[in-house]
Structures are given as C-alpha cells and as structure tokens.
Design a protein around this ligand. Sequence first.
Ligand code: M6R
Length: 615
Amino acid sequence: MCGIVGAIGATDCTPFLLQGLRTLEYRGYDSAGLAVLDNGLQRARAKGRVAELEARVAEQQLQGQVGIAHTRWATHGVPAEHNAHPHVSAGLAVVHNGIIENYEALREKLQALGYAFTSDTDTETIAHLIHACLNGELDGEAPSADLFSAVQCAVAYLQGAYALAVISEDETDTLIVARQGSPLMLGVAEDGHYAASDASALLSVTKRMMYLENGDVARLTRDAIYLKDVSGQPVERDIVTSSLSANAVELGEFSHYMQKEIFEQPQALGNTLEMISGAGKLEPGIFGAEAAEVFQQVDSVLIIACGTSSYAGMTARYWVEQVAGLPCNVEIASEYRYRVSVANPRQLVVVISQSGETADTFAALEHAKAQGHTHTLAICNVPESAIVRETALRFITRAGPEIGVASTKAFTTQLSALFLLTLLLAKAHQRLDEADEKAYLDELRHLPVAVKNVLALEPSIKAWSRHFANKHHALFLGRGRHYPIALEGALKLKEISYIHAEAYPAGELKHGPLALVDAEMPVVVVAPNDELLEKLKANMQEVSARGGQLYVFADGGSQVTSSEGVNVLQMPEHYGLLSPVLHVVALQLLSYHVALVKGTDVDKPRNLAKSVTVE
Ligand code: M6R
C-alpha cells in the first residue's frame, strides 16, 4: 500500500527519496509525489509510476536538503495527480499512510474556518489541521510554538491510523514524523536522518534504525532526533542494526521478484529450519521462553490470518488435528474481528502474517485478546512488525524480504513453521513418540531438496501455461490437506494473471461447480498419492465425462496417465504430511508462467498491494 520516505541532511536528498520510492514500489501504488525545501516549498506529483515522477522532478529541477516523498494506493479519491501526496497547506507539506476515520467531520470543521480543499483525500485534512494549529484557529487553542507542537496538536484530532512526515518552509532545518497504527521507522546515518514506512527503503543509506512506537512524534534535524511519546513525555528509542541486506531486495539474474522468490524457496526453507538442522529432538523454546508451559496448557488452536496466510492456516488445521489431536479452527481475520465469538482461555491463538502489518490480522489479534484470549502466538516474516510485538509467543520465518505481491516463499516457510508447531503441540500432549519425531524432523530437513526437485519441473509446467493464457475461468480441485493448496493455486492464478479461478474440495464438484465444466474449462487437480487419491480419481472422471480439460499434478506412483483431455505432470514421490509444500510450488510456477504469457505485471498486479495496512 502507500509508502513514505523522508530525509534531512547536508546534501540534495532527491536521489535518496526517488530511490526510496522505487524500493517501495512493490507495495503497490497508483501515484507518487515528492516535496523539498529549496527557496520555499517545491512539489512534484504524478499519476502512475515513480518513473513519471522522476521525469517531473528532473523537469522542475527539484532539489533540497530536506524532503518527503510518497507512493499512494488510492482509498479516498481516485488515482489522480490532485489526490497524490504530498498535500499542502500554505507552506507546509504532508505525506500520510493509513486512514483517518473522522476526516469528513474534520473537513467540515476546516472548511468552516475557510480552508479550501483541492483533493478528495483524508490526508489533506491533516495538512490543514497542522496549519490551523500553527495559527491557533482550533477550539480556542493557543497558536503552536513550532511545527513539532503543531503536529502534536493536529494528531490529537485524528481518529484512525497514520504514519506522517511533515516539512514546512518556515522551518528549513526540521522534518517532523509521527505514527499511530501504521509503521514508520527512522534511519540514523553519519550524514543525516531519514524516515521510511519500510526498512528496505532505508538500506541504501543506513542499517541503523529506530522503530517508532504508537503515539510517538519525532523532530529530525541533521544531527539530532528528539522524540515525545503518546503522553507527551520526552522519550528515547533504541537504535537497532537491521539484518536486512540491500542485495536481498535486488532482482539479480531474475526477470521478476516472484520468479526469484519461487526459486529462493529451498534457501528460505533451509534458513527457517536452520535451528533443527543438527537437532535430534524439538525444543518448544523456538517459539519463545514460555512456549513449553503454554503448549501444555492449551486444549485447542484458533488460527487467524488473511489471504495466502489463511491458507497456510487451513493446511495446518489438518496437521494439528491429525498429529497433535487438538481441535483447530481457522478464521479469516476481517470476519473474526467483527464477529461475536466465544473465547476459550485455554485456546492458543495463532496469527499468521508475512508482513506483520496487515490491518485486519492485527485488529483480529487485539479483538481476540479483548475477548479474553491469553495465549497468543505470531508466525511472521518481519521481526520488528506490529503483530510480532503484540503476541506472547512468536516464530520468525526466515524467508527474507518478499517483494512480489504474490506470496510464495512466505507461504512455504509459514507452512514449515506451522509443522514445527504441530509437532511441538503433539509432544506437549504426549501424541508423538521419539521415532516419529525423528522421522518428521528428517523429512523437514530434506524439504529444501524436495522443493528443488519440484522446481526442476519448470519446463513442463511452462509448456502447460500456454493452454491457460486465453482462458477466462479455471477450476482448482484438491482434497484433505491439499484443498487449501488448491485454494492457494487459484488465488495465485487470479491475482497475477487476472483469470477467474475458483477452488473446490473435489467432493463438492457435483454439488454445483460441475455445471461450469465444458471443453473450455481447464480443471487443475492437486493429486498426491495419499489416502484420498482413489476418491479424487473418481472426481476426475466426472470432469472428463463432461469434456473438461484436466491438468493433474500427480505424485510419482499415482498411476494417473495422460490421455485425451487429461494432462498429467509427474511430481516427485509423495511427501506424506508435508506434501502440500511441494504441490504449492508447482502451482506457483504455473501461475507465474501463465501471467508471463498474458503479459501482466507479475510483481505489481493491478489494484493490489503487498502489505494491506488499511482495513
Ligand atoms: O502480510 P500478510 O501475510 O498478513 O498478508 C495477507 C494477505 O494480504 C496476503 O497473503 C495476500 O493474500 C498475498 N499477497 C496473496 O499472494
């Protein structure tokens, strides 16, 4: 979604701002803008890509030692130049991530004071609010002494989520930032200070970062950072050295981030499972110091997530119930957060999120706690994220930065973490003997190699992709723990190739979707050689009998053979309970190659954003 960068230093900051915006492009956006202080406030904005903004910045010859910039993903108001940030009020400019829920009331209040609005955004109210605070126009308040106090005054009026960066031509040595709900971090470098909504945007200048807490307002000058917390008290925040490397967010030899991330999966899984590499047995401490006690106390599991992360949860449900013998439910975060449900204090609430910033998942976690849940665990790829900071237990997947909007390596590493969790719950409830534990650990350790073997099938999968590219619809079928994999395969195809795809548990076919099947309908079948294969074969017959075109991902030994209308891709040998991890990799490759044939924007599909930080 939206991205923020800001800088204050001794040299022209526009190259950093533009580079920062390019780094944030992956989050999804539809317009971009930049403002600098140079003989007054100067601004450039453009609808479309950062490259268009760059051209405007060059045309207008913008430069300055203090500046802010933004990529906007439209919420309030269409994608258009007049809605792009920064928004200005007289000589001050604001960029904003998040949503101001009471913006309509604020807009009316400001209009009554004579402020004229030029955009449809909620953000413009913030610019005018700060200006009104500086002038002492609000509710009999005295004029704010400076920009810092004016921002403090303005944020007190805001309801909702925000990360803000503000500059003013009246204070040329100051950059003010503030956050509530939306992420914002500062970069501490020799040559100045920086701000960004995502650590990756700071890596070109520094790895030394300071994470702002909710309610913080900070003044950045070239050589100092001054902070006040939510209660208005001066406060200091730790500087941490980021473990991210600038290389990790570069494309290297690959054509797309999605392709790079699909092929990084053996490494990502190896890194995530590193702690068990030499271990003869599993220790609960990998989920946090109190995990041993909690895992014994809990009597059931509630998994909450969105999108791909929720499909990881749905897969894990099969594992938790079968191996650990504990009841497990999976909830979509955006539904759960508004549902009246019955809390069980002995339930383990597991939130799964690649980014750790997904607004619905975060709110669902808060909701669970408010309902009386006490045992919370996050599975997340970003250690410093809001969700990780809110749970008692955590497991950080080590997938590395995921830039492509379509989640790939984050999903398979989430699955590996959930399998570890399953084994530990099983151990805590005396459901796992030593021999089984060792066998599962061996399978996990071999997983990176098994995934490599699936990646080697790319040429055959690529050959299939041409059959899909001119289709408007596709069905995905799976059964048991591979049904969530069918759901994930359908999501991958629809999000990057814009082909309408639906997934069904294969047994449901004749209860409705079979009516859609004809010679134009590709039907993808996830067909592992497991206990449900014979049932699945019967479902495939139902499709063939109606002229449907089958594309079957069959394990070695499945004995499903190609024939007229039945295309079979031979996967490696069946991989038992961990087979979903292998099958999903094949489906990721399929959707990637279909999107390539269709020529869509693989890494930045239309209308989507990488981190969904608004509701
Ligand atoms: O960062 P999260 O895992 O919380 O994101 C949840 C979904 O937005 C995400 O998984 C989305 O469905 C994927 N990008 C789809 O590939």
